[in-house]
Write a protein that binds this ligand. Structure first.
Ligand code: ADP
Length: 258
Protein backbone atom coordinates (compact mmCIF):
# COMPACT_ATOMS: atom_id res chain seq x y z
CA UNK A 1 0.00 0.00 0.00
CA UNK A 2 1.51 3.29 -1.05
CA UNK A 3 0.39 6.02 1.31
CA UNK A 4 2.62 8.67 -0.21
CA UNK A 5 1.10 11.49 -2.18
CA UNK A 6 2.41 11.55 -5.79
CA UNK A 7 4.74 14.50 -6.27
CA UNK A 8 4.03 16.80 -9.21
CA UNK A 9 6.89 17.39 -11.59
CA UNK A 10 7.14 21.13 -11.32
CA UNK A 11 9.27 22.55 -8.55
CA UNK A 12 6.80 25.03 -7.14
CA UNK A 13 5.35 25.66 -3.71
CA UNK A 14 2.79 22.85 -3.95
CA UNK A 15 5.44 20.37 -4.88
CA UNK A 16 7.52 21.37 -1.84
CA UNK A 17 4.44 21.14 0.38
CA UNK A 18 3.74 17.63 -0.88
CA UNK A 19 7.35 16.65 -0.21
CA UNK A 20 6.99 17.89 3.37
CA UNK A 21 3.72 16.01 3.76
CA UNK A 22 5.28 12.84 2.44
CA UNK A 23 8.12 13.17 4.92
CA UNK A 24 5.58 13.58 7.69
CA UNK A 25 3.72 10.47 6.55
CA UNK A 26 7.00 8.51 6.54
CA UNK A 27 7.79 9.64 10.04
CA UNK A 28 4.31 8.86 11.33
CA UNK A 29 4.49 5.45 9.76
CA UNK A 30 7.86 4.82 11.43
CA UNK A 31 6.59 5.86 14.87
CA UNK A 32 3.51 3.74 14.39
CA UNK A 33 5.71 0.74 13.55
CA UNK A 34 7.84 1.44 16.62
CA UNK A 35 4.72 1.60 18.80
CA UNK A 36 3.45 -1.68 17.39
CA UNK A 37 6.81 -3.33 18.02
CA UNK A 38 6.90 -1.90 21.52
CA UNK A 39 3.41 -3.23 22.40
CA UNK A 40 4.44 -6.63 21.10
CA UNK A 41 7.62 -6.53 23.20
CA UNK A 42 5.71 -5.50 26.33
CA UNK A 43 3.23 -8.36 25.95
CA UNK A 44 6.05 -10.79 25.38
CA UNK A 45 8.01 -9.56 28.39
CA UNK A 46 5.00 -9.94 30.66
CA UNK A 47 4.13 -13.35 29.36
CA UNK A 48 7.28 -15.12 30.56
CA UNK A 49 6.95 -14.33 34.29
CA UNK A 50 3.21 -14.94 34.16
CA UNK A 51 3.74 -18.34 32.55
CA UNK A 52 6.25 -19.25 35.24
CA UNK A 53 3.92 -18.11 38.04
CA UNK A 54 1.06 -20.07 36.56
CA UNK A 55 3.19 -23.19 36.11
CA UNK A 56 4.48 -23.03 39.68
CA UNK A 57 0.98 -22.67 41.11
CA UNK A 58 -0.47 -25.45 38.96
CA UNK A 59 2.31 -27.78 40.00
CA UNK A 60 1.90 -26.89 43.67
CA UNK A 61 -1.82 -27.65 43.74
CA UNK A 62 -1.60 -30.81 41.65
CA UNK A 63 0.45 -32.77 44.15
CA UNK A 64 1.07 -33.13 47.86
CA UNK A 65 3.92 -30.93 48.87
CA UNK A 66 6.19 -30.73 51.84
CA UNK A 67 6.32 -27.34 53.51
CA UNK A 68 9.89 -26.91 52.34
CA UNK A 69 8.84 -27.53 48.72
CA UNK A 70 5.99 -25.08 49.02
CA UNK A 71 8.37 -22.46 50.38
CA UNK A 72 10.63 -22.94 47.38
CA UNK A 73 7.66 -22.56 45.04
CA UNK A 74 6.60 -19.39 46.82
CA UNK A 75 10.15 -18.02 46.60
CA UNK A 76 10.16 -18.61 42.83
CA UNK A 77 6.78 -16.94 42.50
CA UNK A 78 8.00 -14.00 44.56
CA UNK A 79 11.01 -13.54 42.23
CA UNK A 80 8.70 -13.32 39.24
CA UNK A 81 6.29 -10.98 41.00
CA UNK A 82 9.19 -8.68 41.89
CA UNK A 83 10.33 -8.75 38.27
CA UNK A 84 6.83 -7.87 37.09
CA UNK A 85 6.50 -4.99 39.50
CA UNK A 86 9.95 -3.62 38.58
CA UNK A 87 8.92 -3.79 34.95
CA UNK A 88 5.67 -1.96 35.60
CA UNK A 89 7.55 0.73 37.49
CA UNK A 90 10.18 1.14 34.74
CA UNK A 91 7.54 1.16 32.02
CA UNK A 92 5.52 3.79 33.85
CA UNK A 93 8.63 5.96 34.14
CA UNK A 94 9.25 5.68 30.40
CA UNK A 95 5.62 6.27 29.46
CA UNK A 96 5.44 9.35 31.64
CA UNK A 97 8.75 10.52 30.18
CA UNK A 98 7.32 10.09 26.66
CA UNK A 99 4.32 12.25 27.41
CA UNK A 100 6.44 14.64 29.48
CA UNK A 101 4.41 14.07 32.61
CA UNK A 102 7.23 13.73 35.06
CA UNK A 103 8.12 16.68 37.19
CA UNK A 104 11.70 17.30 38.16
CA UNK A 105 13.37 19.08 40.93
CA UNK A 106 16.44 20.67 39.40
CA UNK A 107 18.90 22.16 41.84
CA UNK A 108 22.69 22.45 42.19
CA UNK A 109 24.11 18.99 42.86
CA UNK A 110 27.59 18.11 43.99
CA UNK A 111 28.38 15.04 41.90
CA UNK A 112 31.14 13.81 44.24
CA UNK A 113 28.75 13.90 47.21
CA UNK A 114 25.97 12.22 45.25
CA UNK A 115 28.27 9.37 44.20
CA UNK A 116 29.50 8.93 47.77
CA UNK A 117 25.92 8.64 48.97
CA UNK A 118 25.35 5.74 46.56
CA UNK A 119 28.35 3.74 47.66
CA UNK A 120 26.72 1.95 50.59
CA UNK A 121 24.09 0.39 48.30
CA UNK A 122 26.75 -0.35 45.70
CA UNK A 123 28.92 -2.28 48.17
CA UNK A 124 25.95 -4.43 49.20
CA UNK A 125 25.15 -5.29 45.56
CA UNK A 126 28.81 -6.04 44.83
CA UNK A 127 29.25 -8.25 47.87
CA UNK A 128 26.29 -10.40 46.83
CA UNK A 129 27.92 -11.02 43.45
CA UNK A 130 31.50 -11.39 44.67
CA UNK A 131 32.64 -8.31 42.74
CA UNK A 132 35.12 -5.72 44.06
CA UNK A 133 34.27 -2.03 43.74
CA UNK A 134 37.01 0.59 43.79
CA UNK A 135 36.51 4.32 43.63
CA UNK A 136 39.00 6.87 42.40
CA UNK A 137 39.05 10.28 44.06
CA UNK A 138 35.89 12.05 42.84
CA UNK A 139 36.75 15.53 41.55
CA UNK A 140 34.25 18.05 42.91
CA UNK A 141 31.78 19.40 40.32
CA UNK A 142 28.42 21.11 40.61
CA UNK A 143 25.77 20.43 38.02
CA UNK A 144 22.12 21.45 37.79
CA UNK A 145 20.16 18.26 38.19
CA UNK A 146 17.45 16.15 39.74
CA UNK A 147 19.02 14.27 42.64
CA UNK A 148 16.72 11.25 42.58
CA UNK A 149 17.00 10.76 38.81
CA UNK A 150 20.77 11.17 38.78
CA UNK A 151 21.09 8.55 41.50
CA UNK A 152 18.87 6.27 39.43
CA UNK A 153 21.09 6.85 36.38
CA UNK A 154 24.35 6.00 38.17
CA UNK A 155 22.85 3.08 40.09
CA UNK A 156 21.54 1.53 36.87
CA UNK A 157 25.00 1.69 35.31
CA UNK A 158 26.83 0.46 38.41
CA UNK A 159 24.28 -2.31 38.91
CA UNK A 160 24.92 -3.48 35.32
CA UNK A 161 28.71 -3.30 35.81
CA UNK A 162 28.25 -5.65 38.78
CA UNK A 163 25.62 -7.90 37.16
CA UNK A 164 27.46 -8.47 33.90
CA UNK A 165 30.74 -9.15 35.63
CA UNK A 166 32.63 -12.28 36.55
CA UNK A 167 33.12 -13.63 40.03
CA UNK A 168 36.09 -11.83 41.55
CA UNK A 169 35.75 -9.14 38.85
CA UNK A 170 36.25 -5.42 39.41
CA UNK A 171 34.27 -2.22 39.02
CA UNK A 172 36.01 1.14 39.14
CA UNK A 173 34.05 4.36 39.57
CA UNK A 174 35.56 7.77 38.94
CA UNK A 175 34.49 11.39 38.37
CA UNK A 176 36.76 13.78 36.49
CA UNK A 177 36.29 17.24 35.10
CA UNK A 178 37.11 18.04 31.50
CA UNK A 179 36.46 21.45 29.96
CA UNK A 180 32.94 22.39 31.06
CA UNK A 181 31.80 18.85 31.81
CA UNK A 182 32.08 16.24 34.47
CA UNK A 183 32.72 12.69 33.27
CA UNK A 184 31.56 9.92 35.57
CA UNK A 185 33.08 6.63 34.42
CA UNK A 186 32.02 3.18 35.44
CA UNK A 187 34.53 0.62 34.27
CA UNK A 188 34.06 -3.11 34.69
CA UNK A 189 36.12 -6.22 34.00
CA UNK A 190 33.00 -8.12 32.96
CA UNK A 191 31.69 -9.98 29.96
CA UNK A 192 31.74 -7.00 27.56
CA UNK A 193 29.36 -6.14 24.72
CA UNK A 194 29.76 -7.05 21.02
CA UNK A 195 30.58 -3.93 18.93
CA UNK A 196 27.49 -4.18 16.73
CA UNK A 197 25.21 -4.31 19.76
CA UNK A 198 26.53 -1.31 21.67
CA UNK A 199 24.01 1.09 20.11
CA UNK A 200 21.15 -1.38 20.59
CA UNK A 201 21.50 -1.89 24.35
CA UNK A 202 19.89 1.52 24.93
CA UNK A 203 16.70 0.38 23.24
CA UNK A 204 13.78 -0.75 25.32
CA UNK A 205 13.92 -4.45 26.20
CA UNK A 206 17.10 -5.04 24.20
CA UNK A 207 19.46 -7.51 25.87
CA UNK A 208 22.60 -9.12 24.56
CA UNK A 209 21.93 -12.29 26.52
CA UNK A 210 18.29 -12.79 27.42
CA UNK A 211 18.91 -15.70 29.78
CA UNK A 212 21.61 -13.93 31.75
CA UNK A 213 19.56 -10.78 32.05
CA UNK A 214 16.61 -12.81 33.36
CA UNK A 215 18.78 -14.60 35.91
CA UNK A 216 20.01 -11.31 37.27
CA UNK A 217 16.47 -9.92 37.57
CA UNK A 218 16.86 -7.46 34.68
CA UNK A 219 13.93 -5.76 32.97
CA UNK A 220 15.80 -4.69 29.82
CA UNK A 221 14.71 -1.12 30.51
CA UNK A 222 17.51 0.16 32.76
CA UNK A 223 19.67 1.67 30.02
CA UNK A 224 16.69 3.28 28.22
CA UNK A 225 15.93 5.05 31.48
CA UNK A 226 19.61 5.93 32.01
CA UNK A 227 19.84 7.45 28.52
CA UNK A 228 16.67 9.45 29.04
CA UNK A 229 17.96 10.84 32.37
CA UNK A 230 21.32 11.80 30.80
CA UNK A 231 19.55 13.62 27.94
CA UNK A 232 17.29 15.38 30.41
CA UNK A 233 20.44 16.88 31.92
CA UNK A 234 21.82 17.88 28.51
CA UNK A 235 24.28 15.06 28.87
CA UNK A 236 25.11 11.80 27.16
CA UNK A 237 26.38 8.31 27.80
CA UNK A 238 29.34 6.88 25.88
CA UNK A 239 30.25 3.21 25.83
CA UNK A 240 33.47 1.42 25.02
CA UNK A 241 33.55 -2.31 25.35
CA UNK A 242 35.43 -5.44 24.46
CA UNK A 243 33.88 -8.89 24.66
CA UNK A 244 35.45 -10.96 27.42
CA UNK A 245 37.42 -7.99 28.78
CA UNK A 246 34.88 -5.48 30.06
CA UNK A 247 33.13 -2.20 29.44
CA UNK A 248 33.43 1.49 30.19
CA UNK A 249 30.27 3.56 30.52
CA UNK A 250 30.98 7.31 30.66
CA UNK A 251 28.29 9.77 31.65
CA UNK A 252 29.13 13.27 30.46
CA UNK A 253 27.21 16.09 32.12
CA UNK A 254 27.62 19.87 31.75
CA UNK A 255 28.96 21.66 34.82
CA UNK A 256 26.70 24.49 36.04
CA UNK A 257 27.79 28.07 35.34
CA UNK A 258 29.41 29.58 38.32
P1 ADP B 1 18.84 -5.34 31.91
O1 ADP B 1 17.68 -5.21 32.80
O2 ADP B 1 18.76 -6.52 30.98
O3 ADP B 1 20.15 -5.25 32.62
P2 ADP B 1 19.59 -2.81 30.63
O4 ADP B 1 18.76 -1.90 29.80
O5 ADP B 1 20.17 -2.25 31.90
O6 ADP B 1 18.70 -4.09 30.91
O7 ADP B 1 20.79 -3.37 29.75
C1 ADP B 1 20.52 -3.90 28.47
C2 ADP B 1 21.54 -4.98 28.10
O8 ADP B 1 22.83 -4.41 27.89
C3 ADP B 1 21.75 -6.03 29.18
O9 ADP B 1 20.79 -7.05 29.12
C4 ADP B 1 23.17 -6.53 28.85
O10 ADP B 1 23.10 -7.50 27.82
C5 ADP B 1 23.85 -5.31 28.27
N1 ADP B 1 24.72 -4.63 29.27
C6 ADP B 1 24.41 -3.52 29.99
N2 ADP B 1 25.44 -3.14 30.77
C7 ADP B 1 26.44 -4.02 30.56
C8 ADP B 1 27.79 -4.17 31.06
N3 ADP B 1 28.30 -3.32 31.97
N4 ADP B 1 28.51 -5.21 30.59
C9 ADP B 1 28.01 -6.07 29.68
N5 ADP B 1 26.76 -5.98 29.16
C10 ADP B 1 25.97 -4.97 29.59
Amino acid sequence: LNKRIPEPRSNDEISRLIKTLNNMIDQLEKSFERMKQFSADVSHEFKTPLTIIRGEIELAISKRNKVSELKKTLANILDEVIRLSNMVEDLLTLFKADIKQISFNFKPINIAELLNELLEDVYILAKEKGVKVRTEQFEPAIIMGDEMRLKQLFLNLIDNAIKYNKRGGKVIISAKNKNDSVIVSIVDTGIGIPKDEIELIFERFYRVDKARSRDTGGTGLGLSIAKWIAQLHNGKIEVESEVGKGSRFSVILPIANR
